[in-house]
Design a protein around this ligand. Structure first.
Ligand code: PEP
Length: 253
């Protein structure tokens, strides 16, 4: 994948029923007709578990890739009511998986649990979108870098295949609030995250780092100059085909 390839990842969270496929059909048609798509960007959508199998089948050889939003921290089958293992996710056809979203961290996903999720997701050949980010208090107390360093080093290890891990920097104070970090701040933070990742994986290759938090068709314009950012994790605005398509259009304006 070319170095300036961008990711546009839509995280649907608790949204979507079978007929929501209309949204993806429209996005897929847009991408298909965009001659520059192959060279420029990749679209991934993470619907809820309930839609993983049907959407993965429908979009198997199409322009959109499908991923899961989470998984349980044990693999295969087990006596864990309501849980979905990475093995089960893989068998539904998903190619990607979000791990460490702040919603799930808030519900109890700690570094030990997250490491197991990463290990089992990689074992099942899922590509990981690993979310990190500081909360408002940590930001105010100038603990952003300390927080991010911990979130990365406690979970990721040199032995993991770095090519299958994308990091999404999502400041919690930015998610769903309309607040976006200042450009210079985001630039610094992205560079910092890449430095830590290179150190963990002992690689000179530039790791993939995305930004997430209140990205929409208007705020995206602020990111076009930030070359270190390899793409975006988009929550609210990914539930409308128009908003999602406008994000891509406005990024490449
Ligand atoms: C998210 O929850 O991952 C997210 C980025 O949400 P939003 O785009 O709505 O801020």
């Amino acid at each position: 994948m070319a170095n300036n390839m961008r990711y546009f990842i839509g995280n649907w969270k608790m949204f979507g029923v079978p007929k929501s496929i209309n949204i993806l059909n429209k996005i897929n048609t847009f991408v298909k007709l965009d001659k520059n798509h192959n060279k420029r960007y990749k679209v991934i959508i993470t619907p809820p578990y309930t839609l993983l199998e049907s959407y993965s089948n429908i979009f198997k050889n199409k322009r959109i890739s499908i991923g899961a939003q989470n998984c349980y921290h044990k693999d295969n089958f087990g006596s864990n009511t309501g849980a979905i293992s990475p093995y089960m996710v893989k068998n539904l056809g998903a190619k990607y998986i979000i791990i460490g979203h702040s919603d799930n961290r808030a519900e109890g996903d700690n570094d030990i649990i997250l490491k197991d999720k990463v290990i089992f997701a990689l074992k099942n050949k899922l590509k990981i979108i690993f979310c990190i980010g500081e909360n408002k208090r940590q930001k105010l107390n100038k603990l952003t870098f300390t927080t991010l360093r911990k979130q990365l080093t406690k979970v990721l290890e040199r032995k993991f295949e770095e090519n299958n891990i994308i990091v999404a920097y999502e400041p919690i104070w930015s998610i769903g609030t309309g607040k976006i970090p200042q450009q210079s701040e985001l630039q610094k933070t992205t560079k910092f995250i890449k430095k830590i990742l290179k150190n963990i994986f002992k690689t000179k290759k530039s790791p993939k780092v995305l930004y997430g938090g209140s990205v929409d068709s208007s705020s995206i314009k602020q990111f076009t100059e930030l070359n270190d950012i390899d793409g975006f994790l988009i929550g609210g605005a990914s539930k409308s085909s128009k908003n999602f398509i406008d994000i891509i259009k406005n990024y490449y304006r």
